[in-house]
Write a protein that binds this ligand. Structure first.
Ligand SMILES: [Zn+2]
Length: 303
């Protein structure tokens, strides 16, 4: 199969032809556009500049995700480094992309990191509230959510664009200052990476896929988990399954957590050591506050 290059990025011809024939300007974004960390299970993320429903398509055996974008300036972080597939005279994707300077991208990425750290503190507040209300399981869920926000936020504040499937690898490879690296370590302890066994992953994946029963990307998530299991990347797989569950649960309410507490507990693989969680929360809180004090001018973009 001929694999034409888009700049430095390799895209299967069928995917490129498909994206070029869509009725709007298009470009390749996501991990495939950066070209370095992708696994064979990773989809080709196509930014489509126009209205429409986001969806998955199978093109010549490749999975393509269409992500519709109507206001590119709201998506500076995702669009930086995009490889244009189809431009248009009316829209001029290329000139919009040229407008995303290194400086603007750094500022937007830094701001997104701070936002994630604030979300981490918010989830930690919910952890404390749940404990006051004698709902320790819900509390443990909030602490795990806080931990995922902390990892993503720390990466972004220090110049790396977080990519869910690759986030654990990114966190391990990132050249972080000692304080920030310690914070990430605490978050990974809260998440429970050391519990990444095949039975634990199987249990949490089944529950997580039940939570995602109405989502269009459910089968893609399942395929990614199967791929990581095949490659015996158990820690990455455990981290990813929990992260997808956390993202899904972030949009639910207390009534849902009460009604489906068992499902939540399974999906997030929650542990019950309350004293340990309390101790970890204190360290996590310090890490988030330290991250928020980071000065934008001292951080470098390394991805
Ligand atoms: Zn990927």
């Amino acid at each position: 199969m001929r694999v034409p290059a888009l700049g430095m990025v390799l895209v299967p011809k069928a995917v490129r032809d498909y994206a070029a024939e869509l009725p709007h300007p298009t470009g390749l974004v996501g991990c495939r556009a950066t070209g370095e960390m992708s696994h064979t299970c990773c989809e080709y993320d196509i930014a489509v500049f126009g209205q429409g429903e986001n969806r998955l398509e199978k093109v010549d055996g490749h999975v393509v995700e269409l992500v519709h974008i109507s206001r590119p300036r709201d998506h500076l972080v995702a669009l930086k480094g995009m490889s244009i597939i189809r431009d248009s005279k009316e829209f001029y994707v290329s000139s919009a992309l040229n407008g995303i300077t290194e400086e603007k991208f750094k500022r937007a990425l830094f701001a997104s990191g701070r936002k994630a750290l604030v979300s981490s503190l918010f989830c930690q507040q919910r952890f404390k509230l749940s404990r006051e209300k004698q709902q320790p399981a819900t509390g443990a869920m909030w602490l795990k959510m806080a931990s995922y926000h902390l990892v993503a936020g720390t990466l972004a504040v220090f110049g790396a664009r977080p990519m869910p499937l690759h986030e654990l690898a990114q966190a391990r490879q990132a050249d972080l200052p000692a304080d920030a690296a310690d914070g990430v370590q605490v978050a990974l302890e809260c998440i429970g990476i050391e519990r990444a066994t095949r039975p634990a992953i199987a249990r949490s994946t089944e529950a997580m896929l039940e939570l995602k029963s109405k989502d269009y990307d459910r089968e893609l998530v399942r395929a990614k988990i199967e791929h990581l299991l095949e490659k015996s990347m158990l820690a990455d797989c455990y981290y990813y399954a929990g992260r997808v569950a956390a993202e899904n649960l972030a949009s639910r309410n207390d009534a849902f957590f009460r009604r489906y507490s068992k499902l939540v507990q399974l999906a997030m693989d929650l542990s019950g050591d309350e004293q340990q969680l309390e101790k970890l929360q204190k360290s996590l809180s310090l890490a988030a506050k330290r991250g928020l004090k980071t000065d934008a001018t001292t951080t470098a973009t390394f991805f």
